[in-house]
Design a protein. Structure first.
Length: 382
C-alpha cells in the first residue's frame, strides 16, 4: 500500500496550477535572479548524461555511443575505449552515467544504454559498469560487466528512460520507460516496462525491495505506472527519490517516488492522446495511485535531468530543485515547502536550448548539458 504521503489526491495536485501549463504561481525574473551561463565545453553530439569525477573533471555521454572525459578547462578527451555496442536509433543510444559513491577507492563507473537483442529487431535499456583505468587523458573502461537488463526487449526506438541515481544506502535506482508500444505493461509486475527498479551495485536484488518473494513479479521493481522517466535525484535532506517523467500531450509529472507505489500510467494520467486531445485511461485520480507533486498541462515541457541545490552559491536558491526542459527549452527552478511545490521559475529561455541534464558540481555551481548536434556543457553563474 502507498504511504500516507501517497494519499494526496490528484485534485489537490491540480489545485497547484495557477494558470494552464504552470505548477504554481510563477516567479518573475525580477523577483528571482536572472542568471547567465559560461560555456565550459562544446562540440558534443547530443550529450545525454554528465557526472563529475572527484578531481573536478567530467564524464559525458554522447547518445551516438561515445563517452568522454572533459578536463576542468573544457578540453574534450577522446572517446573512452571499452564501451559495448549501443542501438543509437530514435531515442536510444548511450544515455546516463554516474560514478560509484566509493569511486575514489574502486574507480567504478555506471552507464545506461539501449542494447540490441541477441537476434531480431528488439532492444531494451541495459546498465553496465566498468573500472576507469589509466592516466588522465589516456583512460579506458576495463572489466565491463552488465548489471541490469530491462525485460522484455521490445521492437521500438522510443521510451528507454533512463536516469541512474545512487540512493543514500548505496543501492542503484534505474528509471525506465514503457517503450511506447507496450504502455499497458506499466501496470503489470512481471516485467520492467514503465518501472523504476532498484538493485545492488553489483546487480543483485536488495532483500528489502517491495516485491521480493511475491510470486509472478520482477523483484527488482521499486515502483510502477511510469511512462518515460528521464530525470531522477535524491532529496539531500530526506533521502527520498524524486523523478520527472514525460506525459504524452500534456501531463508531464514531478513525482515523489513511493516504495511499492503505483504512479498511474496509463490508467491515471493528466495527459491526452496525441493529436486528438482525447482522454487516456480512467481519469486523473484514484485512491490507490500516488499523485504527482506537480504536473504540466496542457503543454508538455519534456522534463529531463534534475538536481537539488545544496550549496550557497546562488542567493536564495539553496534547497530548490532544478529541472532541465527539452521541449520547454528552459531550466525550471522549483521552490518547495517540505514536499509541497509552491512556485516555479523558468530560467534561461533566451538560450533557446534543449536542456538535457542538470548537475551540481564540486564547486557548488549548476552545470547543464544542451541536447543538439553541437552540444555544450554550460556553467550557471551566480
Amino acid at each position: 500500500m502507498p504511504s500516507p504521503r501517497a494519499t494526496t489526491t490528484r485534485r489537490q495536485a491540480l489545485a497547484l496550477l495557477a494558470t494552464p501549463g504552470l505548477l504554481a504561481p510563477a516567479l518573475t525574473a525580477a523577483q528571482g535572479n536572472a542568471p547567465k551561463v559560461a560555456v565550459v565545453a562544446h562540440g558534443l553530439v547530443n550529450p545525454w548524461g554528465l557526472a563529475f569525477l572527484p578531481d573536478g573533471r567530467m564524464l559525458v555521454t554522447e547518445r551516438a555511443g561515445r563517452m568522454r572525459v572533459i578536463a576542468a578547462d573544457g578540453k574534450l578527451g577522446p572517446p573512452l575505449p571499452g564501451l559495448p555496442p549501443v542501438v543509437a536509433e530514435g531515442q536510444g543510444g548511450l544515455l546516463d552515467v554516474v560514478v560509484d559513491p566509493r569511486f575514489a577507492s574502486n574507480r567504478l563507473v555506471y552507464w545506461s544504454y539501449s542494447e540490441a537483442a541477441a537476434d531480431g529487431d528488439a532492444n531494451g535499456t541495459a546498465v553496465a559498469r566498468a573500472r576507469l583505468d589509466g592516466a588522465p587523458g589516456a583512460e579506458r573502461l576495463a572489466e565491463v560487466a552488465v548489471v541490469f537488463r530491462q525485460l522484455p526487449k521490445v521492437a521500438s526506438k522510443l521510451h528507454f528512460g533512463s536516469r541512474l541515481v545512487f540512493g543514500s544506502d548505496g543501492r542503484l535506482f534505474i528509471a525506465l520507460g514503457d517503450r511506447f508500444s507496450r504502455k499497458d505493461d506499466a501496470q503489470t509486475l512481471d516485467n520492467h516496462l514503465g518501472k523504476i527498479v532498484r538493485i545492488e551495485a553489483d546487480g543483485k536484488v536488495p532483500a528489502d525491495n517491495p516485491l521480493v518473494g511475491r510470486a509472478g513479479t520482477r523483484p527488482e521493481i521499486w515502483s510502477w505506472g511510469h511512462r518515460n522517466v528521464q530525470g531522477a535525484a535524491i532529496h539531500p535532506a530526506t533521502g527520498d527519490l524524486w523523478a520527472t517523467e514525460h506525459g504524452p500531450q500534456g501531463g508531464d509529472e514531478l513525482n515523489l517516488v513511493q516504495r511499492g507505489g503505483n504512479h498511474g500510467w496509463p490508467v491515471i494520467t493528466f495527459g491526452r492522446n496525441y493529436g486528438l486531445g482525447t482522454k487516456i485511461g480512467d481519469g486523473t485520480e484514484r485512491a490507490d495511485v500516488v499523485a504527482p507533486q506537480a504536473h504540466w498541462v496542457p503543454t508538455s515541457i519534456a522534463p529531463s535531468g534534475m538536481a537539488f541545490l545544496t550549496s550557497d552559491r546562488y542567493p536564495g536558491w539553496k534547497g530548490n530543485l532544478f529541472i532541465g526542459a527539452l521541449r520547454g527549452q528552459a531550466l525550471v527552478r522549483i521552490t518547495l515547502d517540505g514536499n509541497k511545490v509552491v512556485a516555479q521559475e523558468r530560467l534561461l529561455q533566451s538560450l533557446n536550448e534543449r536542456i538535457r541534464d542538470v548537475r551540481q558540481g564540486p564547486d557548488g555551481l549548476l552545470y547543464l548539458l544542451t541536447d543538439n548536434a553541437d552540444g555544450r556543457v554550460l556553467r550557471v553563474l551566480p
